[in-house]
Design a protein around this ligand. Structure first.
Ligand code: TMP
Length: 217
């Protein structure tokens, strides 16, 4: 059976990467085949693109260049990693996917949304997540956390107004597709993890019985 594709979305510092790691651990314990990956990145080509995208640069990066780099990263990631894994029956957890492009490049940068959606479709080859978990955080707090006391990477260094547009964009997307999105309130790491587990158990009928875990050497 084809694996399930779950994406983790939200603004900077929302805790999605921590939650992804916790769900991966839980799935491994439950004996479910799982692959954790991220965008930008996830492939050799993609890690190079990630560096291009996130390094702060004096000369700036044209918004169209930025958009196309995220899409180029995605095209490689889907064809090299995500699709083969799903077809082999492995569940894929992905830290950001095309909803980030719609939220950051369309809502944040102001690029034409229809054009962004079309490029999303092209780069993902029509692949759509089975479930998208949207994490929330108080924006100022999340940005402080993500920047970790410095000015942060190129995107983290954007204005609060930019990140507010991104956050509002994510909410628009979640409301547009309530069947695919599940928005989670901010909370303690363990509490949010339990909620995530409850969602995937219900949605995919996964059992969390540790006795089903693979025998470890
Ligand atoms: P992160 O994975 O550490 O959050 O860093 C990725 C950064 O790239 C983050 O600021 C969001 C941004 N981003 C976009 O602007 N568009 C995209 O399509 C993706 C995947 C990420």
């Amino acid at each position: 059976m084809r694996g399930r594709f779950i994406t983790f979305e939200g603004v900077e510092g929302c805790g999605k990467s921590t939650q992804l790691a916790h769900l991966r651990d839980w799935m491994e314990e439950a004996g479910l085949p799982v692959l954790a990956t991220r965008e930008p990145g996830g492939t050799k080509v993609g890690e190079g693109i990630r560096e291009l995208l996130l390094t702060p640069r004096e000369e700036g990066l044209d918004a169209a260049t930025e958009l196309l780099l995220y899409e180029a990263d995605r095209a490689q990631h889907v064809s090299e990693v995500i699709r083969p894994a799903l077809e082999a029956g492995t569940h894929v957890l992905c830290d950001r996917f095309f909803d980030s492009t719609t939220a950051y490049q369309a809502f944040g940068r102001g690029l034409d949304e229809e054009m962004v959606l079309e490029l999303n479709r092209m780069a993902s080859g029509g692949l759509v997540p089975d479930l998208t978990l949207l994490f929330s955080v108080l924006l100022e707090e999340g940005l402080n956390r993500a920047r970790g006391g410095s000015s942060g990477d190129r995107l983290e260094g954007e204005s609060l107004a930019f990140h507010r547009r991104v956050q509002a964009g994510f909410m628009v997307l979640a409301n547009r597709e309530p069947g695919r999105f599940h928005a989670l309130d901010e909370g303690a790491i363990e509490q949010v993890h339990e909620e995530v587990v409850a969602i995937v158990k219900e949605r995919f009928e996964w059992a969390g019985n540790p006795s089903a875990a693979r025998t470890r050497p």
